[in-house]
Design a protein around this ligand. Structure first.
Ligand SMILES: Cc1cc2nc3c(=O)[nH]c(=O)nc-3n(C[C@H](O)[C@H](O)[C@H](O)COP(=O)(O)OP(=O)(O)OC[C@H]3O[C@@H](n4cnc5c(N)ncnc54)[C@H](O)[C@@H]3O)c2cc1C
Ligand code: FES
Length: 237
């Protein structure tokens, strides 16, 4: 699959480190799927879709590639392959969404689809209040949004898995959707197993081909690009 050029239509900057790039055009996808973004002469890296129509990405500036994406302006082009992978399956009427860092990106896309028909709660966490983003996007998609910060500067103090654990113990949820740092996903997986609630977690790995060929994303015998990035956890897995 050849990379397809797409032009930036709009740039928003919800936090100091994160930019949301809205591109001209659509790329029909399932929430949780990702695209490979290619910058000629630099590299090609995976990014979750925040939306597929118009294509929208959330980029956290953490290194050379993401910093280069932050330098782009409206009208500039980038090249996309995809969408790739297995996204979130839409199940149940009571949904809990848990996102840390830029893990909020695919959850915002998921929330915009018909999930949690009776109730959807999104718990989003960051180290500080000024690093939280997309809370309005999630609320606009019908989520009850719970903010969590490690330094207590916004919402509840602590980490988002503490709040998720409390909600899962006190209330009824059919499914947990999660995306974020590895430690957060490990805790969520453990909670889903202990409490017997099905979960779907989006995992990360270093990717090159994104098509199940090169093996660079292999973890425990699974290819994250092809078998994931979203994996089921909890009862029966
Ligand atoms: C399936 C999948 C979906 C992804 N979706 C997104 C997305 O929606 N938005 C996004 O911004 N990135 C996403 N990524 C990560 C992205 O592909 C790049 O790895 C990221 O942009 C860093 O690349 P870089 O070359 O700028 O920095 P690198 O040189 O790769 O990293 C620089 C340093 O930052 C650390 N680092 C890398 N990522 C993070 C992070 N998120 N937070 C804190 N430290 C970090 C690295 O360990 C390293 O020490 C996704 C990755 C995968 C596998
Ligand atoms: S990135 Fe090549 S097999 Fe997954």
């Amino acid at each position: 699959m050849l990379p397809r050029p797409m032009t930036i239509a709009r740039i928003d900057q919800p936090t100091r480190k994160v930019k949301a790039l809205t591109l001209h055009g659509r790329l029909p996808a399932q929430p949780g799927q990702f695209v490979m973004v290619w910058m000629p002469g630099l590299n090609e890296k995976p990014f979750s879709l925040v939306d597929d129509d118009p294509v929208t990405l959330a980029v956290a500036s953490v290194g050379p590639f993401s910093a280069r994406l932050h330098e782009l302006e409206v009208g500039d082009r980038l090249w996309l392959r995809g969408p790739f992978g297995h996204g979130f399956d839409i199940v149940g009427e009571y949904a809990l969404l848990v996102g840390g860092g830029y893990g909020v990106a695919p959850l915002a896309f998921l929330a915009s689809r018909t999930i949690g028909a009776r109730r959807k709660v999104a718990v989003i966490g960051a180290a500080t209040g000024d690093e939280l983003f997309f809370e309005h996007r999630l609320a606009g998609a019908g989520c009850e949004v719970v903010l969590v910060t490690e330094d207590c500067s916004a919402g509840e103090g602590g980490v988002c898995t503490d709040v998720a654990e409390r909600l899962l113990q006190d209330e009824t949820f059919d499914v947990v959707y999660g995306c974020g740092p590895e430690g957060m996903l490990e805790t969520l997986e453990q909670l889903c197993s202990e409490l017997g609630i099905p979960g779907q977690l989006s995992k990360e790995a270093y990717m090159r081909c994104a098509m199940g060929i090169c093996g660079s994303c292999e973890r425990d015998g699974l290819l994250i690009c092809r078998d994931g990035p979203v994996f089921p956890v909890g009862p029966g897995t």
